[in-house]
Each structure stands twice: as structure tokens, then as C-alpha cells.
Design a protein around this ligand. Structure first.
Ligand SMILES: Cc1cc2nc3c(=O)[nH]c(=O)nc-3n(C[C@H](O)[C@H](O)[C@H](O)COP(=O)(O)O)c2cc1C
Length: 332
């Protein structure tokens, strides 16, 4: 486990070493602002900011609001400033907005750029053009090497049990293989829902934890009440892994699959060519009716403000750290 002095400034000095992961539909400015004010990096997918045809880009309005509110907060709270925020770009051929969104993010000097589903040199260059840090998410060591070769500054290792498009690999195996050759910023994604799991991610070799599903059950999240309540009530056994809904393997809440009239224990597969991030999408049900979540949601016991969730994570993290220190003292 290392301190954070080797990390780029945007990833340093957080209240706890955590990034709130971008969540399709769910992550909106209210949530991002609450996450950053609570002291962890907040994020949203650029594709969540959708304007009606002919309207000015919603992404610009969101970036303006987030930037201004966090600036005002920092002026009022110089002793505990907000964490920076991140924007997620889906780098997939079906994302027709990508070029425009990159330009908008560069113009607004977005501090942290998270890229998913494709590593491209020009996307990393766009991030660097405004001083941003580029983090790419990967599910195995081969993709990790490709991402770094294409200029990513850091990696997000998406392991088994993560919400949304999860990987198939165990987190210990994935982090271990990457750490044999990569010394830069490494985030671990997948079922981190407590402060002690966050500390475990660091001990395993990651610099920061990447936390998604628990934020669905927050007051600021853009999710219907039933979805939030299902996160509170469900546990790891209620998660099914399937490629049916988007063409890529992902984790979903079984009760939402049953409600849509399908048997979650008998789902057919699908091929990756059906994946689409254009408007409309080939499977409109995914995310709207079939709800994504990772296996860590057993730790979520209530719908609460995002700031209170971060408070819990920080309390648990500090308690776990104190426990480890006491254990180490006992051994010495
Ligand atoms: C409902 C939902 C939507 C997601 N949407 C995105 C997305 O748009 N872009 C992305 O890079 N990752 C997305 N993810 C994956 C998360 O960024 C992150 O990897 C994952 O939530 C971490 O695992 P956890 O949910 O177990 O904490 C999504 C996850 C969920 C649960």
C-alpha cells in the first residue's frame, strides 16, 4: 500500500481514496456535485446530458453548473474543498457525439476523463490538451497494456461483480497482473460498497476504489424509487450476469428482469454487434427497465443523501485502518 504522492494532483488528497463511478442515466449534476462536496471524485457519462433536437448542448450546461457550484463551494470552504469531477466518454463507434463531446470537455477543462469500451490516442490527446488526466477502464491485462500504449495515464480495472459492464476476472488476479508492469494510477472497480472493501482494494495494489451501485440508492440519483428500493433490498444472489441486454456481459438485478417478463435464470446470450450507444439504442429496455447493479449491494441498507453514504464509507475506512494498525502493532 502506497501513499498518494505518485498520483497526478487531481487524484490526490481526497477525503477517502474513492471515485464515484459514472452510471448511465443515474449520474446527473445533483449527484456529481454532492459526491465532490463530500470529498470523493464525482463523475457522469457525457451521454447522460441529452438535449432535444435543435437545442444547445446539455453537456455544456451541466459542465457550467458543476464547475460554478464547486468553485463557489471551494471559496466558502477553503479548508475542506470539494474533490474534482470526471466525465466519462463511451468510445464506441455507435457514439456519434464523441467528437463534439470531446471538444466541449476540453473547452471546459474537465480535470479527469474516464474512457470506456475503446482506447483511442486522440481521446487521450484531447484530455491532455486541457491538462486533464485520462483513465481508461479495462477488464483484463491485454486491454490494460493497449490502453497505456495509446496514452492513458491510468487504468480502471473492472473486475467480476461490478455493476454494468463487468469483467469476468477476480479482482486480486486482475490487479496483481497489472501491477507487475504498471506503476501508474490504478483504480479497482467491482462490488466496493464499504470503507473496509475500499481499504482492501488499496492493500491489494490499487490506488483508489471505483464505487458505482451504492450511489444508485441515493436521494440525488436519477433513478425511480423502485430501483433505489431494489438496491436496498437485494444482495449478491439477486444479481444475474448476461450479455442479452446490451450485447456485452453485464450485471443486472434479477427482480427487474422478472418484472420485464423474463426468467433471469434462463436468459439467452447476445452478440456484441447488437451494442449501440446512439439515440434510441437497439435494446431500449436495458438500463431503463432492466436495472444494472453490482454484487456489493448487500451493504446498502437505506436510501440516503450521497453525502451521508460518503460519511459512512469514510467512517468504515477509518475504522478498518485503525484495526489494521492495531493488528500490526500486536504482531510486532
Ligand atoms: C446502472 C449502471 C450504469 C453504468 N453506466 C456506466 C457508464 O455509462 N459508463 C461506464 O463507464 N460505466 C458504467 N457503469 C459501470 C460503473 O462505472 C462501475 O464500473 C461499476 O458500477 C462498479 O461496480 P459496482 O457497481 O459494483 O460498484 C455502470 C454501472 C451501473 C450499475
Amino acid at each position: 500500500m502506497r501513499d498518494d504522492s505518485h498520483l497526478p494532483p487531481a487524484l490526490r488528497g481526497l477525503r477517502i481514496p474513492a471515485v464515484a463511478a459514472p452510471l448511465f442515466i443515474v449520474s446527473v449534476p445533483d449527484l456529481v456535485i454532492a459526491q465532490c462536496k463530500a470529498g470523493i471524485i464525482g463523475s457522469f457519462p457525457a451521454l447522460n446530458a441529452r438535449e432535444a433536437d435543435g437545442e444547445p448542448p446539455m453537456l455544456e450546461a451541466w459542465l457550467k453548473r458543476i464547475t460554478e457550484e464547486l468553485d463557489a463551494f471551494n471559496q466558502a470552504n477553503p479548508d475542506r474543498p470539494a474533490a474534482p469531477f470526471a466525465v466519462n466518454q463511451i468510445v464506441h463507434r455507435s457514439n456519434a457525439r464523441l467528437e463534439r463531446d470531446l471538444e466541449i470537455c476540453a473547452a471546459w477543462r474537465v480535470p479527469i476523463w474516464i474512457t470506456s469500451l475503446g482506447a483511442r490516442v486522440e481521446v487521450n490527446e484531447a484530455a491532455h490538451s486541457c491538462g486533464g488526466v485520462a483513465l481508461h477502464d479495462i477488464i483484463n491485462n491485454t486491454f490494460a497494456r493497449k490502453a497505456v500504449d495509446k496514452g492513458a495515464d491510468g487504468l480502471i480495472a473492472v473486475s467480476a461483480g461490478a455493476g454494468g459492464h463487468a469483467g469476468p476476472q477476480n479482482p486480486f488476479a486482475l490487479v496483481e497482473e497489472i501491477r507487475t508492469w504498471f506503476d501508474g494510477p490504478l483504480l479497482l472497480s467491482g462490488s466496493i460498497a464499504t470503507g473496509h472493501a475500499l481499504l482492501a482494494a488499496q492493500v491489494a495494489g490499487a490506488d483508489l476504489g471505483y464505487i458505482g451501485s451504492p450511489f444508485i440508492a441515493t436521494e440525488e440519483a436519477n433513478a425511480v424509487q423502485d430501483y433505489k428500493q431494489m438496491i436496498v433490498e437485494a444482495g449478491a444472489e439477486d444479481i444475474v450476469t448476461s450479455s442479452l441486454f446490451t450485447g456485452v456481459s453485464g450485471n443486472y438485478l434479477k427482480p427487474s428482469v422478472s418484472r420485464a417478463g423474463m426468467d433471469p435464470d434462463n436468459l439467452p446470450g447476445a452478440d456484441a454487434s447488437s451494442m449501440s450507444f446512439g439515440s434510441g439504442g437497439s435494446k431500449p429496455k436495458a438500463w431503463k427497465e432492466i436495472w444494472g447493479a453490482g454484487q456489493g449491494i448487500g451493504a446498502v441498507k437505506a436510501i440516503e443523501p450521497a453525502g451521508r453514504l460518503v460519511d459512512r464509507l469514510a467512517r468504515e475506512y477509518d475504522a478498518a485502518l485503525a484495526g489494521v494498525l492495531a493488528y500490526a502493532m500486536g504482531r510486532s
